[in-house]
Design a protein around this ligand. Structure first.
Ligand SMILES: Nc1ncnc2c1ncn2[C@@H]1O[C@H](COP(=O)(O)OP(=O)(O)O)[C@@H](O)[C@H]1O
Ligand SMILES: [Mg+2]
Length: 220
């Protein structure tokens, strides 16, 4: 039983790509793996296949049916907004305690590695009071931070790492995911991050690339 939380410097940075690639890597290697996307926004129940939930289920080789969708993504909202705003549009509030309990119970029940995809970036609000940072701190499991090679990502990455450090959240690796069309070199970005975050391993991930290096860093 082990669990890893996958967060990012922001939305669309590559969390789902990393989680689905890790799932496929584990299954090919014969390792037991499961995944959750507990909170999903922008979820369209009429076309769930392309949602994060659908992509995770496909990678896990599980059917796209309501029991499985509910099982990995109990909190789903249709507006493509932060969870607090998306829930409010439906007259609801994300129950932070229930979210943490659900994750803890899932971690305890998982015989292999459980990958938990967060939502948006490190400090996306979940309700009026809590952000993803509080969620990660409450779970107290290792975190993988996915970032890009876009111009501006150095500050976003170091700010995210600083916020997590201030809450004693253990970052086990940074995935430097190649940003399409970026003018900034991956190698220079990796070298700079290495200077400012010297204790955290960095796994570069080219477009369409494999997560072998990341897997070797995080899977026990
Ligand atoms: N390394 C990569 N190679 C190819 N496509 C990628 C890679 N990283 C992300 N993508 C694609 O970029 C888009 C946004 O990534 P996604 O994983 O959905 O981000 P997030 O989960 O952080 O919102 C998706 O279409 C995804 O498949
Ligand atoms: Mg995603």
């Amino acid at each position: 039983m082990s669990a890893i939380f996958i967060t990012a410097t922001g939305t669309d940075i590559g969390k789902t790509y990393v989680v689905t690639s890790l799932i496929r890597h584990c299954r090919t290697a014969g390792l037991q793996v499961d995944a959750l996307k507990p909170l999903a926004t922008g979820f369209d129940p009429t076309s769930p296949a392309m949602s994060d939930t659908g992509l995770l289920l496909a990678a896990l080789g599980r059917p796209l049916q309501s029991a499985d969708i509910n099982g990995i993504s109990p909190w789903r909202y249709s507006a493509p907004l932060s969870p607090d705003m998306a829930a409010r549009k439906e007259g609801k509030v994300v129950d932070f305690g229930a979210l943490v309990d659900f994750c803890r119970r899932s971690i305890a029940a998982c015989p292999g590695t459980l990958l938990i995809e967060g939502i948006g970036g490190v400090m996306v609000p979940l309700d009026e009071k809590y952000t993803v940072l509080d969620w990660m701190a409450a779970l107290n499991i290792p975190v993988v931070l996915v970032t890009g090679s876009y111009l501006g990502s150095l500050s976003h990455t170091l700010t995210a790492l600083d916020a997590m450090r201030s809450r004693a959240i253990a970052v086990t690796a940074v995935v430097l995911n190649e940003t399409v069309g970026s003018t900034v070199s991956m190698a220079d970005t990796e070298a700079t991050l290495g200077r400012f975050a010297a204790t955290i391993p960095i796994a570069p991930l080219p477009r369409g690339g494999s997560v072998t290096r990341l897997a070797s860093l995080i899977l026990k």
